[in-house]
Design a protein around this ligand. Structure first.
Ligand code: PGA
Length: 250
């Protein structure tokens, strides 16, 4: 299974900055085409520029969120159908900032996941525990709840087409990466849950690690048996750093 190296730009990089970034990232990763799957997820306004800049290249484009309804009176929201219309292929769902800053629940993430599959968008569903949950020994309980209520709910046929991302909340944007062993422990637990749901097909589901991934820790993280790629925030904003992470995954 090829690694997936995905960049989550969050609320950074404006439309005018996309072409310059794309040129540097495409040339910095040209020799990696076919060896690793690459994805960038810009903010909504930067998506058209990104779709144009990466069209026909080895780099895919995704959104960071979407609404679960196709259209309607939802001021400030963005429909998955509009993303498809733009030429966007992927979408991140249930990122910890969506869950913890904007109150997204497992049920909402599941509704978005169902819609994304219906539209043919390839979803990355994020799960992960808070520091206090880890300290209380609740990591597996939290991951299990998030897994069953926001991913397994789509049923086996669609679950195999979903990418899972383990992002311990205490490692996001903090510079405090999970050690490769801690990441592998959580990933192997998630793999076990996937096996219970999907049987042998579980081996084909990618589980990404996210949380302070940098060029100097990416290789060791992706060397773990159940780490099939990374979801990168801060370090994906610099095309050279992100290319170095992509190289570690190839
Ligand atoms: P970080 O963010 O790499 O800046 O920690 C990861 C994420 O939120 O996906």
């Amino acid at each position: 299974m090829k690694n997936l190296v995905a960049g989550n730009w969050k609320m950074h990089l404006s439309p005018g900055e996309v072409a310059g970034y794309a040129g540097r990232f495409i040339s910095g990763t040209a020799d990696l085409a076919g060896k690793v799957d690459l994805l960038v997820c810009p903010s909504f306004p930067a998506l058209p520029a990104a779709v144009a800049a990466f069209r026909g290249t080895h780099v895919a484009v995704g959104a960071q969120n979407m609404h679960q309804e196709l259209s309607g009176a939802f001021t400030g929201e963005v429909s998955g159908a509009a993303l498809v219309d733009l030429g966007v292929g992927w979408v991140i769902l249930g990122h910890s900032e969506r869950r913890h800053v904007y109150g997204e629940t497992d049920a909402l993430v599941l509704a978005k996941l169902k819609r994304a599959h219906e539209l043919g968008l390839r979803p990355i569903v994020c799960v992960g525990e808070l520091l206090e949950e880890r300290d209380r020994g609740e990591t597996e309980a939290v991951l299990g709840r998030q897994f069953y209520q926001s991913l397994a709910g789509v049923g086996p046929t669609l679950a195999v087409k979903t990418v899972l991302a383990y992002e311990p909340v205490w490692a996001i944007g903090t510079g405090r990466t999970a050690t490769p062993e801690t990441a592998q422990e959580a990933h192997s637990f998630l793999r076990r849950l996937l096996r219970e749901t999907l049987d042998r097909a579980a081996e084909g589901v990618r589980i990404l690690y996210g949380g302070s991934v940098k060029p100097d820790n990416a290789r060791e993280l992706m060397a773990q048996a159940d780490v099939n790629g990374v979801l990168v925030g801060g370090a994906s904003l610099d095309p050279e750093k992100f290319a170095a992470i992509a190289r570690a995954g190839a």
